[in-house]
Design a protein around this ligand. Structure first.
Ligand code: UDX
Ligand code: ADP
Length: 459
């Protein structure tokens, strides 16, 4: 099938950057991203490119180059489904918050709605590409919905999981380690492969069956998260034994079988994928009665929750067992640097715990607005919205957040935090002045020379 029009349903962290890069590299294909969220589409279409709905280094330049030429953003979902030969489903698949599988399984209602929408409006043959992270055998459900419409249209389903990481999405898309395409129809796979071949070497395009492709995505995220939980488990042991987790990570990472990446001990991993995908994996394993498999992967989450909890416990204990009425300056709210995404960020859980202990928290994050921070806390439902408003102040100036604070908690590894005037910060804080560096970004000796009581992870 020759692809001239692509429609992507879902203008989020996956759909936005992925389609922008596909459009840039395939000027002959018209790519339209559609979404039910009109505000989001308006923001993608806005004149001020610094206000795109997602912040991702390098993305605004690509949008500037392609928007209005062969990249479009629209709320007219039906029209663009109807006119496209290939449709990507890039909608959110959060963990279920209700019913069977609550707190574990992926909620597929948005994906199913997309499939029904495609079934409703399609009048010509379509290739439907799963881009969202999905449980294994979801393609089966999509297939069943599409094939039972009775309008005799040929639908081919492909799984093409996204491996980009936020903060480096553009580079990950431009130089992917691999592109994975799972499917049953050789021709449909080839149609998608040819789009990627515009910039990805053929040998990096991997073709598998549908189920291998779907399971590979969950497995890749589970392995990556497992490495973080593994090094975080060792970080706690380092703190007891006098070993330094950075030295241990370097020493083991030089073993080429282990490799140096993803071994940074931290206050705990966040993001929309790791926890959701592992819970999903655990749920699937249990549904097949594979309890040992499920227990094994569940420990990655148990360890991550422990790491977040022990960070805030340690902070409270060090501040003489009480933070009640004390100001804690929090640097960073995003789940990692170079993104405005806060989903599952460790900062949310640490702040929630400190608020339970009646701390007053002042947050500064270079990219996350106050409304998002309040929403994240309100979503936990731990206390009333009024109490969250009272407990948290969000500042636009980092020095303001740290002024008169008893302690600084570093939650995100934003580069700018390293270059602050830490002497000035020290002078403005209550004494003794504590730093709890959840990302190990500052220099211990330097901070101690200034006068800080400095704590980091695994040192
Ligand atoms: C992840 C996968 O990397 C990506 O391939 C997949 O497509 C989506 O999920 P993402 O969640 O965007 O990407 O970011 P990632 O860089 O993986 O970081 C996830 C979390 O782990 C962040 O909170 C990060 O700070 C933390 N992390 C990462 C560590 O604590 N230590 C590390 O060594 C690496
Ligand atoms: P991801 O990180 O997976 O990209 P996001 O939440 O950032 O997740 O983006 C998913 C997008 O999908 C949201 O903008 C949401 O409005 C959109 N969406 C969800 N369901 C539908 C639907 N049925 N039709 C169109 N868009 C949808």
């Amino acid at each position: 099938m020759i692809i001239k029009n692509i429609c992507c349903i879902g203008a989020g962290y996956v759909g936005g950057p992925t389609m922008a890069v596909i459009a840039k590299k395939n000027p002959n294909i018209k790519v339209t991203i559609v979404d039910i969220n009109a505000e989001r589409i308006a923001a993608w279409n806005g004149d001020d490119l610094s206000k795109l709905p997602i912040y991702e280094p390098g993305l605004a330049d690509i949008v500037k180059e392609t928007r209005g030429k062969n990249l479009f953003f629209s709320t007219d979902i039906d029209k663009h489904i109807a006119e496209s030969e290939m449709i990507f489903i890039s909608v959110n698949t959060p963990t279920k918050t209700y019913g069977k599988g609550k707190g574990m399984a992926a909620d597929l209602k948005y994906v199913e709605l997309c499939a029904r929408n495609i079934a409703k409006v399609a009048t010509t043959n379509k290739i439907v590409v799963e881009k969202s992270t999905l449980p294994v055998r979801t393609a089966e459900a999509i297939k069943s919905i599409l094939h039972n419409t009775g309008n005799h249209i040929d639908f081919h389903i492909l799984s093409n999981p996204e491996f980009l990481a936020e903060g480096t999405a553009v580079n990950d898309l431009l130089n992917p380690d691999r592109v994975l395409i799972g499917g049953e129809s050789e021709q449909a796979i080839e149609s998608l492969a040819s789009i990627y071949r515009s910039w990805v070497p053929n040998e990096n395009i991997l073709k598998t069956n549908l189920w291998s492709s779907e399971l590979s995505k969950l497995t890749a995220n589970a392995f990556l998260a497992q490495r973080i939980s593994s090094i975080n488990a060792i970080s706690e042991l380092c703190e007891k034994t006098g070993a330094n987790v950075s030295e241990v990570a370097k020493a083991i990472g030089m073993d080429t079988r282990i490799g140096p990446k993803f071994l940074k001990a931290s206050v705990g991993f966040g993001g929309s994928c790791f926890q959701k995908d592992i819970l999903n994996l655990v749920y699937i394993a249990r549904s097949f009665n594979l309890n040992e498999v499920a227990d094994y992967w569940e420990q990655v989450i148990v360890m991550n929750n422990h790491q977040k909890r022990r960070f805030s416990d340690h902070l409270i204990k060090t501040l003489y067992n009480t933070v009640s009425g004390k100001k804690i300056g929090m640097l960073g709210w995003a789940f990692k640097k170079d993104t405005n995404d806060t989903r599952e960020s460790a900062a949310i859980y640490v702040a929630d715990h400190l608020l339970n202990e009646q701390a007053h928290i002042a947050v500064y994050d270079p990219k996350v607005p106050e409304t998002k921070i309040q929403n994240d806390l309100n979503y936990l439902n731990t206390r009333s919205e009024e109490e969250n408003l009272k407990g948290i102040t969000v500042t636009l100036d980092p020095y303001e957040a740290l002024k008169e604070a008893h302690a600084v908690a570093i939650m995100t590894e934003w580069d700018e935090f390293k270059t602050y005037d830490w002497e000035k910060i020290y002078d403005g804080m209550k004494k003794p002045a504590f730093i709890f560096d959840g990302r190990n970004i500052l220099d211990k000796k330097e901070m101690e020379t200034i006068g800080f009581e400095y704590y980091s992870i695994g040192q």
